[in-house]
Design a protein around this ligand. Structure first.
Ligand code: P61
Length: 463
């Protein structure tokens, strides 16, 4: 195993508190066994998300001091605009405070009730924002994406023939846009190949449908293209990104991921009419077009972060650190989703806890156990997040995969902390029979995982 040594040294440290198992047990009960409600100060290694949790560089912090906080025409906006144009290549650059606002602005402008948005897999906020417009969000990723053992190099690819069938079935006029999420977060952080994007583009050209990227983790996707796709070995990641976005009409991005910032996002696109509608809505709900809900200093940090994320030394470390965790877990016999993704390792909870039925939330139960035993926080990506209750029968539709995502914040944890995570989980795996299921006692109608509450099942049930 190649050890991914850090391409940075640490200038500022943030102490973390160790807690006892008893304390964590109490915190879990108080939180209704929902890890979103456990105070971060009581988490030892926090792998809840890689979103907004990056450590900024000294260069970004220096940029924060150069924030121009003018209401209109801040110099940081022009810097940000030129960086976004140079990487993504689209004309209009519209800042937002984070990704879901970009989603909301795009969909509220171009999606109408009864329409369809097609994507490899919609992330939960993306799906919720499509559905909020009275439209349907359809996932058309290749079927292998749902097989946790299948080792395709580009498991985030769109199933282009299913895409064409769907366009013919629902009608081109009901599809305002198609999206491709790079990397495919909900399918395990898996990349999409350039070849697949080219084929998607060619198909959409025949029907005259715009293609919009969800670019949250574009640099990680482009690094995988460099590593895995024929013809790109010697191409700089920045050029790969330029080519990838040249096949689209625009993108939305939560810069909290590959923008290496703690807050920020944007939309960038070519269509003047869409840009006009979006900008008008932006002014109504977010802010003036040259700040879009952010401070000037945030725009500067984002401009600098978008440049830094394309540094290939950084990307080699980043992808290498995630892979290092995954390979150590595999070495300990822990079932994980394969291949190892770009920003996270996903534990396969169905195989980790085969005795807990899906109705008792095995992935949530695993995430709870991981926190209680070791102070490590991951996030459930399974029935709690994606299970749907039929509004008429009350019956639950279960998702294909029950996963616990261990998302690695960028430039935050040392390899020693990552080793601690791997060893802890391998240890938990050896006494997995002590872990019981959960019952949901409260759920909200939308994005229920944020606020759901649970209780522990009275006894460990066998199937
Ligand atoms: C995450 F539990 N992701 O992965 P915003 N598209 C994509 C995302 O991954 C994404 C957004 C759009 C998060 C944060 C998160 O239920 C949850 O800047 C591919 O968060 O608005 C966000 O970007 C939205 C975690 C979001 C969740 C919602 O951890």
């Amino acid at each position: 195993m190649k050890f991914p040594s850090e391409p940075f040294k640490i200038k500022v440290v943030e102490p973390i508190k160790r807690t006892s198992r008893e304390e964590r047990d109490r915190l879990l009960r108080e939180a209704g066994y929902n890890l979103f409600h456990v105070p971060a100060g009581s988490v030892y290694v926090d792998l809840l998300t890689d979103s907004g949790t990056s450590a900024m560089s000294d260069h970004q912090w220096a940029g924060m001091m150069l924030g121009d906080e003018s209401y209109a025409g801040s110099k940081n906006y022009y810097h940000f605009e030129s960086v976004v144009r140079s990487i993504f290549g689209y004309r209009h650059v519209i800042p937002t405070h984070q990704g879901r606002m970009a989603e909301h602005l795009l969909f509220s402008t171009v999606v109408k009730p009864g329409m369809y948005v097609l994507n490899n897999i919609h992330f939960d906020t993306t799906r919720a924002n499509v559905e909020h417009q009275g439209a349907e969000a359809l996932d058309l990723v290749v079927k292998e994406a749902y097989d946790p053992h299948c080792e395709l190099p580009f498991k985030g690819d769109m199933d282009v023939s299913r895409l064409e069938e769907t366009i013919n079935r629902v009608g081109r006029e009901r599809i305002p846009l198609v999206m491709v999420t790079v990397t495919n977060n909900s399918g395990g952080g898996q990349p999409v190949s350039m070849e697949n994007i080219r084929r998607t583009r060619a198909l959409l050209n025949r029907y005259g449908i715009p293609l919009v990227f969800d670019a949250c983790r574009f640099a990680e996707n482009c690094f995988f293209i460099k590593e895995r796709e024929a013809g790109y070995k010697d191409t700089p990641v920045r050029e790969i990104a330029r080519e990838l976005f040249s096949y689209g009409d625009g993108c939305i991005m939560s810069a909290k991921k590959d923008g290496l910032v703690n807050i920020g996002g944007f939309l960038s696109l070519n269509d003047d009419r869409w840009a006009e509608g979006i900008t008008n809505m932006l002014i109504l709900v977010e802010g003036f077009p040259t700040y879009g809900g952010l401070a000037g200093r945030d725009l500067e940090a984002m401009a600098r972060g978008l440049e830094e994320v394309l540094d290939e030394e950084y990307l080699r470390f980043r992808i290498g650190q995630v892979r290092y965790l995954g390979e150590m877990l595999e070495g300990g016999g822990v079932p994980i989703l394969k291949p190892i993704g770009g920003h996270a390792v996903y534990l396969n909870a169905r195989e980790f806890l085969p005795l807990i039925p899906q109705g008792q939330f095995p992935a949530q139960a695993l995430a709870v156990a991981l926190y209680r035993e070791y102070g490590i926080r991951g996030v459930e990506i399974g029935t709690v997040m994606f299970g749907k209750r039929d509004p008429v029968t009350g019956e639950t539709h279960y998702p294909e995969l029950e996963l616990v995502r261990l998302a690695i914040p960028r430039r935050v944890y040392t390899n020693m902390q990552i080793t601690y995570v791997a060893e802890s989980i391998a240890d938990l795996f050896t006494h997995r029979d002590s872990i019981g299921g959960l019952v949901m006692t409260y759920e909200a109608p939308l994005l229920r995982h944020f606020t759901a509450r649970f209780e522990e099942c009275a006894s460990i049930v066998t199937k």
